[in-house]
Design a protein around this ligand. Structure first.
Ligand code: BJW
Ligand code: ZN
Length: 241
Protein backbone atom coordinates (compact mmCIF):
# COMPACT_ATOMS: atom_id res chain seq x y z
CA UNK A 1 0.00 0.00 0.00
CA UNK A 2 1.37 3.42 -0.98
CA UNK A 3 1.63 6.09 1.71
CA UNK A 4 -0.82 8.95 1.37
CA UNK A 5 0.50 12.19 -0.10
CA UNK A 6 -0.25 15.38 1.83
CA UNK A 7 1.19 18.69 0.60
CA UNK A 8 1.71 22.07 2.33
CA UNK A 9 -1.62 23.28 0.91
CA UNK A 10 -3.69 20.35 2.14
CA UNK A 11 -6.06 20.43 5.11
CA UNK A 12 -6.91 17.02 6.55
CA UNK A 13 -10.21 16.10 8.20
CA UNK A 14 -10.34 12.70 9.92
CA UNK A 15 -13.56 10.91 10.94
CA UNK A 16 -13.19 7.89 13.22
CA UNK A 17 -15.62 5.22 14.39
CA UNK A 18 -15.70 2.23 16.73
CA UNK A 19 -13.34 0.18 14.50
CA UNK A 20 -10.33 2.32 15.49
CA UNK A 21 -10.78 1.29 19.15
CA UNK A 22 -11.44 -2.41 18.41
CA UNK A 23 -7.73 -3.33 18.72
CA UNK A 24 -7.71 -1.56 22.09
CA UNK A 25 -10.28 -4.12 23.26
CA UNK A 26 -13.44 -2.00 23.01
CA UNK A 27 -16.43 -3.63 21.30
CA UNK A 28 -17.80 -2.11 18.09
CA UNK A 29 -21.56 -1.75 17.65
CA UNK A 30 -22.49 -3.74 14.59
CA UNK A 31 -19.78 -6.45 14.87
CA UNK A 32 -20.99 -7.54 18.30
CA UNK A 33 -24.47 -8.39 16.90
CA UNK A 34 -25.58 -5.00 18.19
CA UNK A 35 -26.20 -6.61 21.57
CA UNK A 36 -25.19 -5.78 25.13
CA UNK A 37 -26.08 -8.27 27.90
CA UNK A 38 -28.90 -9.55 25.66
CA UNK A 39 -30.37 -6.10 25.02
CA UNK A 40 -30.53 -4.56 21.53
CA UNK A 41 -28.32 -1.44 21.34
CA UNK A 42 -31.47 0.53 20.43
CA UNK A 43 -32.89 -0.50 23.82
CA UNK A 44 -30.09 1.29 25.67
CA UNK A 45 -29.00 4.07 23.26
CA UNK A 46 -32.22 6.08 22.91
CA UNK A 47 -34.14 8.72 24.87
CA UNK A 48 -37.04 6.21 25.01
CA UNK A 49 -34.78 3.68 26.76
CA UNK A 50 -33.84 6.36 29.30
CA UNK A 51 -37.52 7.11 29.94
CA UNK A 52 -38.34 3.41 30.25
CA UNK A 53 -35.42 2.12 32.32
CA UNK A 54 -32.74 4.69 33.29
CA UNK A 55 -31.10 2.20 35.68
CA UNK A 56 -30.43 -0.21 32.77
CA UNK A 57 -29.06 2.68 30.70
CA UNK A 58 -26.68 3.66 33.53
CA UNK A 59 -25.59 0.00 33.95
CA UNK A 60 -24.73 -0.08 30.21
CA UNK A 61 -22.70 3.14 30.36
CA UNK A 62 -21.09 2.13 33.67
CA UNK A 63 -19.84 -1.09 32.03
CA UNK A 64 -18.58 0.96 29.07
CA UNK A 65 -16.78 3.34 31.49
CA UNK A 66 -15.06 0.38 33.18
CA UNK A 67 -13.90 -1.08 29.86
CA UNK A 68 -12.71 2.29 28.50
CA UNK A 69 -10.83 3.16 31.70
CA UNK A 70 -8.71 0.01 31.21
CA UNK A 71 -8.16 0.52 27.47
CA UNK A 72 -4.97 1.93 25.99
CA UNK A 73 -4.55 3.67 22.61
CA UNK A 74 -3.31 1.49 19.76
CA UNK A 75 -0.97 2.36 16.84
CA UNK A 76 -3.89 3.83 14.84
CA UNK A 77 -4.72 6.40 17.57
CA UNK A 78 -1.02 7.20 17.88
CA UNK A 79 -0.58 7.61 14.09
CA UNK A 80 -3.34 10.25 14.06
CA UNK A 81 -1.80 12.12 17.03
CA UNK A 82 1.53 12.06 15.20
CA UNK A 83 -0.13 13.38 12.00
CA UNK A 84 -1.66 16.22 14.04
CA UNK A 85 1.75 17.10 15.47
CA UNK A 86 3.09 17.41 11.90
CA UNK A 87 0.15 19.34 10.39
CA UNK A 88 -0.91 21.54 13.33
CA UNK A 89 -3.92 23.69 12.39
CA UNK A 90 -4.25 21.93 9.04
CA UNK A 91 -5.53 18.86 10.93
CA UNK A 92 -8.93 18.26 12.51
CA UNK A 93 -10.38 15.09 14.02
CA UNK A 94 -14.06 14.33 14.39
CA UNK A 95 -14.75 11.14 16.31
CA UNK A 96 -18.05 9.32 16.71
CA UNK A 97 -16.45 7.45 19.61
CA UNK A 98 -17.24 8.29 23.21
CA UNK A 99 -14.04 6.74 24.62
CA UNK A 100 -11.00 8.94 25.36
CA UNK A 101 -8.36 6.96 23.46
CA UNK A 102 -7.63 9.79 21.00
CA UNK A 103 -6.88 12.12 23.93
CA UNK A 104 -4.80 9.42 25.65
CA UNK A 105 -2.76 9.13 22.41
CA UNK A 106 -2.16 12.91 22.39
CA UNK A 107 -4.80 14.25 19.96
CA UNK A 108 -5.96 17.79 20.84
CA UNK A 109 -7.77 19.24 17.81
CA UNK A 110 -10.82 17.00 18.08
CA UNK A 111 -14.55 16.91 18.71
CA UNK A 112 -16.67 14.04 20.05
CA UNK A 113 -19.82 14.39 17.95
CA UNK A 114 -21.68 11.62 19.84
CA UNK A 115 -20.62 12.77 23.31
CA UNK A 116 -18.12 11.54 25.91
CA UNK A 117 -18.24 8.53 28.19
CA UNK A 118 -16.54 10.27 31.14
CA UNK A 119 -18.93 13.23 31.23
CA UNK A 120 -22.47 13.49 32.67
CA UNK A 121 -25.14 16.16 32.36
CA UNK A 122 -28.53 17.11 33.75
CA UNK A 123 -31.35 14.96 32.35
CA UNK A 124 -33.74 17.93 32.59
CA UNK A 125 -31.54 20.09 30.28
CA UNK A 126 -31.66 22.88 32.90
CA UNK A 127 -28.78 24.73 31.27
CA UNK A 128 -25.99 23.77 33.66
CA UNK A 129 -22.77 22.68 31.94
CA UNK A 130 -21.86 18.97 31.60
CA UNK A 131 -19.42 17.74 34.27
CA UNK A 132 -16.51 15.28 34.30
CA UNK A 133 -17.69 11.97 35.81
CA UNK A 134 -15.92 8.60 35.80
CA UNK A 135 -18.14 6.94 38.42
CA UNK A 136 -20.00 3.66 37.87
CA UNK A 137 -23.59 3.37 39.03
CA UNK A 138 -25.01 -0.09 39.73
CA UNK A 139 -28.34 1.18 41.08
CA UNK A 140 -30.60 4.14 40.26
CA UNK A 141 -30.42 5.34 43.89
CA UNK A 142 -26.65 5.93 43.43
CA UNK A 143 -27.07 8.27 40.45
CA UNK A 144 -26.35 11.85 41.59
CA UNK A 145 -28.73 14.75 41.10
CA UNK A 146 -28.05 18.04 39.36
CA UNK A 147 -28.34 21.22 41.47
CA UNK A 148 -31.83 21.61 39.93
CA UNK A 149 -32.93 18.28 41.46
CA UNK A 150 -33.08 16.16 38.27
CA UNK A 151 -30.92 13.04 37.94
CA UNK A 152 -27.73 13.16 35.91
CA UNK A 153 -27.57 11.25 32.58
CA UNK A 154 -24.62 10.20 30.41
CA UNK A 155 -23.36 13.01 28.11
CA UNK A 156 -24.05 10.84 25.05
CA UNK A 157 -25.92 11.59 21.81
CA UNK A 158 -28.64 8.98 21.45
CA UNK A 159 -30.68 8.21 18.32
CA UNK A 160 -33.01 11.09 17.56
CA UNK A 161 -30.82 13.63 19.43
CA UNK A 162 -28.75 16.31 17.71
CA UNK A 163 -25.03 15.50 17.37
CA UNK A 164 -22.61 17.96 19.01
CA UNK A 165 -20.43 20.64 17.36
CA UNK A 166 -22.19 20.36 13.98
CA UNK A 167 -21.31 23.93 12.93
CA UNK A 168 -17.62 23.46 13.62
CA UNK A 169 -17.65 20.10 11.80
CA UNK A 170 -19.46 21.62 8.79
CA UNK A 171 -16.82 24.33 8.61
CA UNK A 172 -14.02 21.72 8.66
CA UNK A 173 -15.75 19.65 5.93
CA UNK A 174 -15.94 22.69 3.65
CA UNK A 175 -12.25 23.51 4.17
CA UNK A 176 -10.82 19.96 3.93
CA UNK A 177 -8.84 18.92 0.85
CA UNK A 178 -8.27 15.40 2.21
CA UNK A 179 -10.81 13.43 4.24
CA UNK A 180 -9.64 10.26 5.96
CA UNK A 181 -12.32 7.99 7.47
CA UNK A 182 -11.35 5.12 9.80
CA UNK A 183 -13.31 2.15 11.18
CA UNK A 184 -16.94 3.19 10.77
CA UNK A 185 -19.68 1.21 9.03
CA UNK A 186 -21.25 4.28 7.38
CA UNK A 187 -24.65 3.33 8.75
CA UNK A 188 -25.35 6.19 11.19
CA UNK A 189 -26.27 9.70 10.01
CA UNK A 190 -25.35 12.51 9.78
CA UNK A 191 -21.74 11.20 10.10
CA UNK A 192 -22.24 8.79 7.17
CA UNK A 193 -22.93 11.76 4.92
CA UNK A 194 -19.79 13.77 5.78
CA UNK A 195 -17.69 11.99 3.14
CA UNK A 196 -20.21 12.84 0.38
CA UNK A 197 -20.14 16.50 1.41
CA UNK A 198 -16.33 16.56 1.47
CA UNK A 199 -16.15 14.84 -1.94
CA UNK A 200 -18.66 17.31 -3.41
CA UNK A 201 -16.45 20.13 -2.09
CA UNK A 202 -13.51 18.61 -3.99
CA UNK A 203 -11.67 16.64 -1.30
CA UNK A 204 -9.78 13.39 -1.83
CA UNK A 205 -11.55 10.81 0.34
CA UNK A 206 -9.84 7.73 1.80
CA UNK A 207 -11.39 4.93 3.91
CA UNK A 208 -9.39 2.60 6.18
CA UNK A 209 -11.16 -0.33 7.84
CA UNK A 210 -11.76 -4.06 7.98
CA UNK A 211 -14.52 -4.12 5.37
CA UNK A 212 -16.04 -1.73 2.83
CA UNK A 213 -18.48 0.66 4.55
CA UNK A 214 -22.08 1.18 3.35
CA UNK A 215 -21.05 4.54 1.82
CA UNK A 216 -17.99 3.07 0.02
CA UNK A 217 -19.01 4.64 -3.32
CA UNK A 218 -18.19 8.11 -1.94
CA UNK A 219 -14.49 7.29 -1.41
CA UNK A 220 -11.67 7.91 -3.90
CA UNK A 221 -9.73 5.08 -2.20
CA UNK A 222 -10.75 2.21 0.13
CA UNK A 223 -7.94 0.52 2.10
CA UNK A 224 -9.05 -2.75 3.70
CA UNK A 225 -7.24 -3.90 6.84
CA UNK A 226 -7.00 -3.43 10.57
CA UNK A 227 -6.58 0.22 11.47
CA UNK A 228 -3.67 -0.52 13.84
CA UNK A 229 -1.57 -1.85 10.94
CA UNK A 230 -2.98 -0.06 7.88
CA UNK A 231 -3.12 3.50 9.24
CA UNK A 232 0.53 3.82 10.40
CA UNK A 233 1.55 2.43 6.99
CA UNK A 234 -0.68 4.87 5.10
CA UNK A 235 0.64 7.81 7.13
CA UNK A 236 4.32 6.78 7.08
CA UNK A 237 7.11 8.25 5.03
CA UNK A 238 8.07 11.64 3.75
CA UNK A 239 5.09 12.24 1.43
CA UNK A 240 3.44 14.26 4.23
CA UNK A 241 4.38 17.95 4.51
C1 BJW B 1 -12.48 -2.11 12.06
C2 BJW B 1 -11.75 -2.88 12.96
C3 BJW B 1 -10.35 -2.69 13.01
C4 BJW B 1 -13.86 -3.40 13.15
N1 BJW B 1 -9.79 -1.78 12.21
N2 BJW B 1 -11.89 -1.23 11.28
C5 BJW B 1 -33.22 6.89 8.23
C6 BJW B 1 -32.32 7.33 7.26
C7 BJW B 1 -31.28 8.19 7.58
C8 BJW B 1 -31.10 8.63 8.89
C9 BJW B 1 -31.99 8.19 9.85
C10 BJW B 1 -33.04 7.35 9.52
N3 BJW B 1 -33.74 7.09 10.66
C11 BJW B 1 -33.15 7.74 11.67
C12 BJW B 1 -32.08 8.43 11.19
C13 BJW B 1 -31.13 9.26 11.96
C14 BJW B 1 -30.29 8.42 12.90
C15 BJW B 1 -29.61 7.30 12.12
O1 BJW B 1 -28.59 7.48 11.49
N4 BJW B 1 -30.15 6.09 12.19
C16 BJW B 1 -29.60 4.96 11.43
C17 BJW B 1 -29.59 3.72 12.29
C18 BJW B 1 -30.34 4.85 10.12
N5 BJW B 1 -29.30 9.32 13.46
C19 BJW B 1 -29.54 10.03 14.54
O2 BJW B 1 -30.58 9.92 15.17
C20 BJW B 1 -28.50 11.05 14.93
N6 BJW B 1 -29.10 12.33 15.12
C21 BJW B 1 -29.65 12.99 14.10
O3 BJW B 1 -29.68 12.56 12.96
O4 BJW B 1 -30.17 14.21 14.46
C22 BJW B 1 -30.73 15.02 13.42
C23 BJW B 1 -29.73 16.05 12.99
C24 BJW B 1 -28.88 15.75 11.94
C25 BJW B 1 -27.94 16.71 11.52
C26 BJW B 1 -27.87 17.91 12.16
C27 BJW B 1 -28.71 18.18 13.23
C28 BJW B 1 -29.64 17.24 13.63
C29 BJW B 1 -27.83 10.67 16.25
C30 BJW B 1 -27.00 9.44 16.12
C31 BJW B 1 -26.48 9.01 17.50
C32 BJW B 1 -25.65 7.75 17.40
N7 BJW B 1 -25.42 7.27 18.71
C33 BJW B 1 -24.61 6.05 18.87
C34 BJW B 1 -24.65 5.58 20.35
C35 BJW B 1 -24.16 6.60 21.30
C36 BJW B 1 -22.69 6.51 21.57
C37 BJW B 1 -22.30 5.33 22.43
O5 BJW B 1 -23.06 4.87 23.29
O6 BJW B 1 -21.16 4.87 22.26
O7 BJW B 1 -23.27 6.28 18.41
S1 BJW B 1 -25.16 4.68 17.88
C38 BJW B 1 -23.56 4.05 17.55
O8 BJW B 1 -23.35 4.09 16.11
C39 BJW B 1 -22.57 5.02 18.19
C40 BJW B 1 -21.54 5.16 17.09
O9 BJW B 1 -20.81 6.36 17.25
C41 BJW B 1 -22.35 5.10 15.83
C42 BJW B 1 -21.57 4.70 14.61
O10 BJW B 1 -21.07 3.41 14.73
P1 BJW B 1 -19.67 3.04 14.07
O11 BJW B 1 -18.60 3.80 14.74
O12 BJW B 1 -19.77 3.15 12.61
O13 BJW B 1 -19.51 1.51 14.54
P2 BJW B 1 -19.94 0.17 13.79
O14 BJW B 1 -19.91 -0.91 14.80
O15 BJW B 1 -21.20 0.35 13.03
O16 BJW B 1 -18.81 -0.08 12.70
C43 BJW B 1 -17.49 -0.42 13.07
C44 BJW B 1 -16.68 -0.59 11.81
O17 BJW B 1 -15.33 -0.84 12.18
C45 BJW B 1 -17.12 -1.79 10.95
O18 BJW B 1 -17.28 -1.36 9.62
C46 BJW B 1 -15.97 -2.78 11.07
O19 BJW B 1 -15.71 -3.47 9.85
C47 BJW B 1 -14.82 -1.88 11.39
N8 BJW B 1 -13.73 -2.52 12.18
N9 BJW B 1 -12.58 -3.77 13.63
C48 BJW B 1 -10.54 -1.12 11.35
N10 BJW B 1 -9.52 -3.45 13.86
ZN1 ZN C 1 -30.31 20.42 36.12
Amino acid sequence: MAAISISENDRVLVLTGAGISAESGLATFRDSDGLWAGHAIEDVCTPEAWERDPELVWQFYSARREAAAEARPNPAHRALAELESRLGDRFFLCTQNVDDLHEKAGSRRLVHMHGELFVSRCSAECGRAPVADDAVYAAWSEVPRCACGARMRPHIVWFGETPLEMERIGDQIRRATVMLVVGTSGSVYPAANFVRLARQAGARTVYVGLEAPLNAAAFSQVVLGKAGAALPELLAGDSIR
